[in-house]
Design a protein around this ligand. Structure first.
Ligand code: HEC
Length: 137
């Protein structure tokens, strides 16, 4: 039985390091996403209702029903779309919003680099706190 304990400890410490590396990576992604958001989205989108926002504020956007931010004047296309903002829907939106949803009043943004999308998604997940659960990609 004896050799099992060191092996177990080794496995556990491996797990712990893995988790730490994972969270550092997550933080780097969120920071990069915050910068990309500032460059690509922030001129039209605040993250919360405390700041002026030409487009709808994007707090809690992951898992939110499209067109549901209170008192925002959406296009009919977006309001009637019936979609929920999953990571996949947000990718399609960043890549080609007006192709994905003809009739939207959001001007075309063409972010087709998956890594850039990943970073912005990580940032959007970080401002999504409504149910506190982890957002899967
Ligand atoms: C030029 C201004 C502008 C830029 C830049 C912009 N948006 Fe928008 N966005 C809008 C407007 C306006 C709407 C509302 C569209 C409608 O009602 O059809 C919108 C809507 C959205 C929605 C739907 C929100 C909801 O409540 O359903 C999401 C998600 C979104 N934008 C994400 C982004 C992201 C991410 C970026 C940056 C990559 C970005 N937008 C860049 C103006 C902009």
């Amino acid at each position: 039985m004896k050799p099992i304990i060191p092996a177990l400890l080794l496995a556990l410490s491996g797990l712990a390091t893995g988790a730490a590396a994972e969270s550092t990576f997550e933080k780097v992604k969120v920071d990069a996403g915050a910068q990309l958001f500032a460059a690509e989205c922030r001129r039209c989108h605040a993250t919360d209702a405390d700041h002026e926002s030409y487009g709808p504020p994007l707090e809690n956007i992951l898992g939110r029903a499209a067109g549901s931010y209170p008192d925002y004047e959406y296009s009919i296309a977006l309001e009637a779309s019936g979609i929920v903002w999953t990571p996949a829907a947000l990718r399609a939106w960043m890549e080609d919003n007006d192709g994905f949803m003809p009739g939207t009043k959001m001007r075309h943004v063409g972010i087709d680099d998956r890594t850039v999308q990943d970073f912005i998604l990580a940032y959007l997940a970080s401002i999504t706190t409504r149910d506190g659960s982890k957002i899967a990609d």
